[in-house]
Design a protein around this ligand. Structure first.
Ligand code: PLP
Length: 398
């Protein structure tokens, strides 16, 4: 394999450059720490974008992968049964509102499937005008074309127009706006109970209740995108559990297998009844390796003491961030281990300074630093983070 210097060069020369990257190469990881090719250490507050919820080097994941690989079967397609896929479906149904599950390979793909499910339900209503989809400001639902159509960011959409038609964008957390957008021609309403990429914005209970009621009134399917906020991140297994509302469909992905690619569409029986053989499919989705790992991850994360740990360290993180006395901080917001710190200036220099101070940090929008660490993070890591952030913010303010 390439040495690390050649690897940076080869990426620059041969890969399509849709990402801007720092110039180190990740070599290995353990617990909360990533090590680069130069022997530098970074405490990871990004977790591969809220994916690596068990951190690095988790023994149970290695065992689960080895168990399935040792059978000789790493792929079957969805033409056949496997124990691993059935087990994960059962586990997810037992641990959520859902009656049924359909697997995908990524978050965007889970949202695409959820949209198809909702359109299928609307189709069966016999109302040919029932094709609308409502999304909200600052939402992020993925990069494929339909998911991008629901991600109302001009910069992301403009070069790729036309988007999917019949999409209406409401204002997040505005009941008035939801009322104006949702009507009898609405097939689906999609929202993140806590917006991730859009800046860590928490949906209010009143807003969610109003949206739920409007969906019921107009027979629209309510989809919660828990791809970032689900799977323990907020201190309960699912974010909706801390709201007064249950969706009809929930999409899950990022941390579901704690690092292997998987997504899932969880839905009620009332939705699933409308989906028939041939309506949807995937060659790779729900394969035996990834579903066996995901089942281990769901069982680990749903343990009450694991979730308590998330809630406790999350509350400590928010409290310590709120205590930082810097004129650059506008607001700290979020739930559990999904916390945003909005600054009055762009955060890119702070993220760069993080690399120099042994921290992996990520933005959400241009002015918010987003803290979405592995869920195994300890209070001592929070203390280290806060100490380093204080000096980074001071250097930015000079
Ligand atoms: C990341 C993300 C997606 C897209 O997931 P991919 O796996 O990147 O396709 C969709 N919705 C939310 C809320 C996300 O955070």
């Amino acid at each position: 394999m390439l040495d690390s210097k050649a690897a940076v060069q080869a990426w620059n020369d041969y890969h399509v450059t849709t990402y801007i990257r720092p110039d180190f190469v990740i070599e290995r990881g353990q617990g909360m720490t990533i090590y680069d090719d130069q022997g530098h250490e970074y405490t990871d507050w990004v977790a591969g974008i809220a994916v690596n919820s068990l951190g690095y080097g988790d023994k149970g994941i290695a065992v689960a992968i080895a168990e399935q690989v040792s059978t000789g079967v790493i792929h079957t397609s969805n033409l056949y049964h496997t124990r691993a896929q059935s087990q994960l479906a059962q586990t997810l149904v037992e641990k959520s509102f859902a009656d049924r599950v359909f697997f995908s390979n990524s978050g965007a793909e889970a949202n695409e499937g959820a949209l198809k499910f909702a359109r299928r339900v609307a189709y069966d209503s016999g109302n040919p005008d029932k094709i609308g989809v409502v999304t909200f400001s600052e939402a992020f639902h993925g990069r494929t074309l339909a998911a991008l159509s629901l991600t109302p960011k001009e910069k992301y959409q403009k070069p790729f127009k036309p988007m999917m038609s019949n999409v209406t964008v409401g204002e997040f957390n505005s009941i008035e706006s939801a009322k104006a957008c949702i009507n009898d021609s609405t097939a689906a309403v999609i929202l993140e109970p806590i917006q991730g990429e859009g800046g860590i914005n928490v949906a209010s209970d009143e807003f969610l209740l109003a949206v739920r009621e409007l969906c019921d009134q107009h027979q629209a399917i309510l989809i919660f995108d828990e791809i970032q906020c689900g799977m323990g991140r907020t201190g309960t297994l699912w974010a909706y559990e801390q709201t007064p509302v249950t969706p009809d469909i929930m999409t899950v992905a990022k941390p579901l297998a704690a690092g292997l690619p998987i997504g899932a569409i969880l839905c009620t029986q009332a939705v699933a009844e409308h989906i028939h053989p041939g309506d949807h499919g995937s060659t790779f989705a729900g394969g035996p390796v990834v579903t066996h790992v995901a089942d281990y991850v769901v069982e680990r994360i749903s343990q009450p003491d694991f979730l308590e740990h998330v809630a406790e360290v999350g509350a400590y993180l928010k409290e310590r961030l709120e205590e930082i006395n810097s004129p650059l901080i506008v607001e700290v917001r979020g739930k559990g281990l999904m916390v945003g710190m909005q600054l009055s200036v762009p955060v890119a220099p702070a993220i760069q300074a993080g690399y120099e101070n042994g921290l992996l940090l990520v933005n959400a929008g241009t002015e918010t630093i987003r803290f979405i660490p592995p869920l195994i993070v300890e209070k001592a890591h929070v203390d280290e983070l806060v100490e380093k952030l204080v000096s980074i913010l001071e250097s930015l303010n000079d």
